[in-house]
Design a protein around this ligand. Sequence first.
Ligand code: MN
Length: 172
Amino acid sequence: MARILIVEDNAEMRMMMMALLGTKGHEIIEAIDGTDVLRWAVEEEPDLVLMDVMMPRVDGWEALAGLKEDHRTEHIPVIMVTARKSMEDMEYAEELGASDYVAKPWSPGELETRVNWALRKRAVPEYPDDFGLPAGFFECGCPMFDGDSEEDHVVPDDCFGHQSLQPVANAS
Ligand code: MN
């Protein structure tokens, strides 16, 4: 179960993705184009973003770049889900920091499987620093942290791999 932000301008496509992932128990947040995606991501803290490319106003490239340039959101994996399937597009997505790329129309089951892979990678980070933030900006749910401290908890090496690393809200 994860919180997934779907950024897609086509209502039918959005509903289909919601149906596919919602039945897997995920909580879905919808955005109809790239406008305000950064704000949504900061406020809602999704575990994963599924991003269309061709959208009015702010397209998927711009929204992806915005997420990856901001330290509050750069750790959130973004899967591009797009009808553009050229190698140039895939390479550009990789360059901008996307985690994966699903071409429309995808094979039955592909989207759900790629979502699971992306979530699995996020759940077991090699090191908090892999997210590009100092370790102190992470709140740790490991047994070594009692949760009472007001101070940011520096993740110790030995809680490596646990399931609940989350960026602390409002860390600057
Ligand atoms: Mn579109």
